[in-house]
Design a protein around this ligand. Sequence first.
Ligand code: ATP
Ligand code: SF4
Length: 318
Amino acid sequence: MILKICDLRVYYFLRDKVVRAIDKIDLEVPEGVVFGIVGESGSGKSTLAHAIIRLIPPPGRIVSGSIFFRDLDLVKLSEKELNKIRGNRITMIPQDPISSFNPTVRIGDQLLDVAIHKLGLSRREAAKIIIEKLKLVRMPSPEINMRKYPHELSGGMLQRAAIAMALLPDPDLIIADEPTTALDVTIQAAILKLIRDLVDDLKKTVILITHNMGIVAETCDKIAVMYAGQIVELGDVYDMLSEPLHPYTRALIMAVPRADREIERLEPLVGEPPSLSDIPRGCRFHPRCRLAKPICKREEPPLRYLDSKRAVRCWLYV
Ligand code: ATP
Ligand code: SF4
C-alpha cells in the first residue's frame, strides 16, 4: 500500500460549532492505480486531500488518526520532515490552474523556480527536465509555450503545465482535486486521459477527487464513496458500477444519464446532505434513504468488509 489512513478525524473548530469534516475514515490506496474519491459537495473530499499533505487551513486540524505514506506516519512528521515529502514524493494537481500560477511570471520561469530551488537542480538540468515533462503532458511546442505568461495559454494548456509541475520531482503519489471542473467539457476528456496515462505509462499512483460519477467510471480503478465525512462504500470500479450496494452509491450511479437507461429509471437523490456540525444520529444517510429501517435511525452502521476489496457502511449488509 502506498497510503494507509486509519481512524482519521479532521474537524474545523468554529466559534459556535464544530464541523466534523472527516470522521473516522479508514482507507488503503494500493500503488499504481487511479483511486477515485467521490461524493457530493461538502462531503469532506477536499479536507481529506488536504489532510494527506497536512495542509488543513485553520480553524481546522487533524484531531486523531494516522496517515501512513509507505512506512511514514505523515500526522507525526515535523514541518521540516514533511517538506521532504510534500511537493516532492506527494504532489497535487490543482482544481483551477489559473490561480495556481503567478500571472506576472512566465510559465517556464515558474517551473524553473521549482526545479532549481525546490529540487536543487542546475539551470541546465532543470530546463532539460521541464521540456521532458512538458512533452510527457503533450504540451504542443513546449519551448515556445514555456515563454508565455499564464493568461496566454488556454485552460487546458495551463492544466497541462500544472500537471508537468506536479510531475517535476517524479513523485510517487499525485493528488488531483477536481482537476477538470474549471475546464470546458471538450478539454476535460483529454486531461482525464492524461491522468489515466500517468498511471498506465509512468506507474504513478493518483488519488482523483470528484463529485462526478461519470468521471470516476471513465478514469478510476478503485473508488471510495464519501457521505457526510465518512466512507460509505469502497471497491473496484467495475464491481461498484455493476453492483452498487449502498443506497447512496446506487443513487449517485443512477443519477448519471446513460443512453441505455430509460429516463424513468433515474432515481433522483432527494433531500440535502446533513450539516457536518449537526450530524443525524444513526446512519448519516437515513433521512434520505428509502430503505431505512428502525435501527438506521438509532445506530451508526460500521464499515464492513464483504471481501478483501469491497466494503460498505449500511445495516442492510451487516
Ligand atoms: P466541495 O466539493 O464543495 O469542495 P468537499 O466534499 O470537498 O466539497 P470540503 O470542502 O472538504 O468538502 O468540506 C467539508 C466540510 O468542511 C463542509 O461542511 C465545509 O463547510 C467545511 N469546511 C471546509 N473548509 C473549511 C474551513 N476552512 N473552515 C470551516 N469549515 C470548513
Ligand atoms: Fe439506508 Fe439504513 Fe443503509 Fe443507512 S444503514 S443506507 S439508512 S438502509
